[in-house]
Write a protein that binds this ligand. Structure first.
Ligand SMILES: [Zn+2]
Length: 178
């Protein structure tokens, strides 16, 4: 085969084998007397006010959804999720994440890492259930999902207990060609 200098690579030659992307989200708490439940990573956490937002305001699933968009280049939170919420009344963030996962096409998710910053609630007792929930939603094993939580020494609004911030990094590998 003649290979000329400057020959354009085919997509399979030039595309990376794996990719990582970051996503972020934050929400303020509803007032203490709000009936809205707190849902984080698809898990209901009792004895805490919910988070403000049109949807269930699942800050961790929103961060993961944004990270998945970082892999696929197709944004879901914003216009697409707003339309689902407005037109079809879908407030369950698990649906938004599923929409984002559908855009991965040639990518297969292989790992999810989540970092939460919040003063309240206490996340430690809920982390096993949250890892299991994310694993189920992303078709991963629980070993492929990590979650840490910190108060950040109270330096930010999240560390002062006004809301919750989540960062997510997802890793994906290119699917093998059949
Ligand atoms: Zn959000």
């Amino acid at each position: 085969m003649n290979v000329l200098p400057g020959r354009r690579k085919s997509p399979s030659e030039s595309s990376p084998h794996c990719a990582a992307a970051i996503g972020q989200d934050s929400h303020a708490f509803e007032p203490r007397n709000s009936p809205k439940p707190l849902v984080v990573a698809g898990v209901a956490i009792p004895d805490s006010p919910g988070l403000a937002g049109n949807s269930d305001a699942d800050v961790v699933l929103h961060a993961i959804t944004n990270a998945v968009s970082g892999i696929s280049g197709v944004n879901i939170l914003g216009a697409v999720a707003d339309k689902l919420c407005r037109d079809r009344g879908i407030r369950d963030s698990r649906v938004y994440l599923a929409k984002a996962l559908e855009t991965l096409r040639q990518w297969r998710l292989t790992h999810v890492s989540v970092s939460i910053e919040a003063k309240r609630p206490q996340f430690a007792p809920h982390i096993p259930a949250m890892r299991a929930s994310i694993a189920r939603l992303c078709s991963l094993s629980i070993d492929e999902v990590g979650i840490t939580a910190t108060t950040g020494e109270g330096l930010t609004s999240f560390g002062k207990g006004l809301g919750i911030q989540a960062l997510a990094v997802v890793t994906a590998h290119r699917k093998r060609r059949r």
